[in-house]
Design a protein around this ligand. Structure first.
Ligand code: SIN
Length: 325
């Protein structure tokens, strides 16, 4: 009996992995998303153990990815995942907002097949660009049956990160990504994917077409202007993630303003600006806490929750649940 060769579909969206600079010496000062996906494929070695086809969906610098982009990408990824001819999907994406896109896809899709996101820190034209190896390893992981039921994962620099913990933690190093205290869920080397945590059974928390409510993030800092809260309200925000000090605490001057804004219908969730740990101190005024979610992930969860009509009383349970995904 002949073994069926797995088929992986690459959906390209731009980013530094498709970036082009004037000189191979340049690792900054390039145009992201300049090269077509065929050029990325041309940099890969021949593969006889996986069949690859590719589609160019966008050619974006991911700093310009808006929430509508997440929804469009979720639709395309869902289509690819339901194609019986496809065993796994790889998304190429800019690294700057990769963590947001991966988290949105994790919340809105329940991939029963591998869904892997990758990118690069150096443009494709750079000497020793990291994109080709990242793409090769992302394809190898997407072809691995064990990657199914992991939810959305990212493959970068030989590591596999889960969307729940993925974060860009450095401005330019090729090992810019990590998973904080949780650590990576696996690694990949020479085509072998090793798993450091058991498969996660995922169910989508929200439909991909859920309307996204406008939600802002405000970071606390000594001397913060009271006008910031007002600006969020006047800008039409329905929700606000407060990236507070330490355990999510709020500058004393600002707290009454938040209570007042809350009274006027602004949903407020307390997170922490520290970058790690859980916001676990009960809030006497009743603001839900982001639990273990960082402000960026809490914001996307709140955008979806408000868009889906989640009642305020159910928000804390939602954040607690998402925190442990
Ligand atoms: C981007 O996010 O599209 C540009 C930066 C990068 O991919 O590293």
């Amino acid at each position: 009996m002949t073994r069926r060769i797995p088929a992986v579909r690459i959906l390209a969206t731009g980013g530094t992995i498709a970036g082009a600079a004037p000189s191979p010496r340049d690792t900054s000062g390039y145009q992201a998303g300049a090269l077509p996906v065929d050029a990325l494929l041309a940099a890969l070695p021949p593969m006889d153990d996986v069949r690859v086809d590719a589609r160019q969906l966008f050619s974006l610098d991911s700093k310009d990815a808006l929430p509508g982009f997440w929804q469009a990408l979720a639709r395309e990824a869902a289509l690819a995942l339901t194609d019986p001819a496809v065993d796994g999907v790889v998304l190429t994406h800019g690294t700057d907002t990769m963590e947001e896109t991966a988290w949105f896809l994790h919340l809105t899709l329940a991939p029963a097949k591998p869904l892997v996101i990758t990118g690069a820190m150096r443009p494709a034209t750079a000497t020793s660009a990291d994109g080709p190896m990242n793409l090769l390893q992302a394809v190898q992981v997407a072809a691995c049956p064990h990657a199914a039921r992991q939810g959305v994962i990212a493959v970068l620099n030989g590591q596999i990160h889960h969307a729940r913990h993925l974060r860009k933690a450095h401005t330019h190093r090729v090992d810019a990504f990590d998973s904080g205290e949780a650590g990576p869920v696996g690694f990949v080397q020479d085509g072998y994917a090793g798993w450091l945590s058991p498969p996660r059974r995922t169910t989508p928390r929200f439909a991909p077409e859920t309307p996204l409510a406008p939600v802002d993030i405000l970071f606390d800092y000594p001397g913060i202007s009271a006008a910031m809260v007002d600006a969020a309200l006047r800008g039409g925000a329905r929700g606000l993630v407060w990236a507070g000090y330490g355990n999510g605490s709020v500058s004393g001057r600002i707290e009454p303003l938040l209570r007042e804004a809350h009274g006027r219908g602004l949903a407020i969730v307390r997170a922490s600006r520290t970058g790690a740990g859980r916001v676990g101190v009960p809030d006497p005024g009743g603001f839900p806490q982001a639990a273990g979610l960082d402000p960026y992930k809490a914001r996307i969860a709140l955008m979806l929750a408000l868009g889906a009509g989640t009642p305020p009383a159910a928000l804390q349970a939602l954040f607690d649940t998402l925190s442990y995904e």
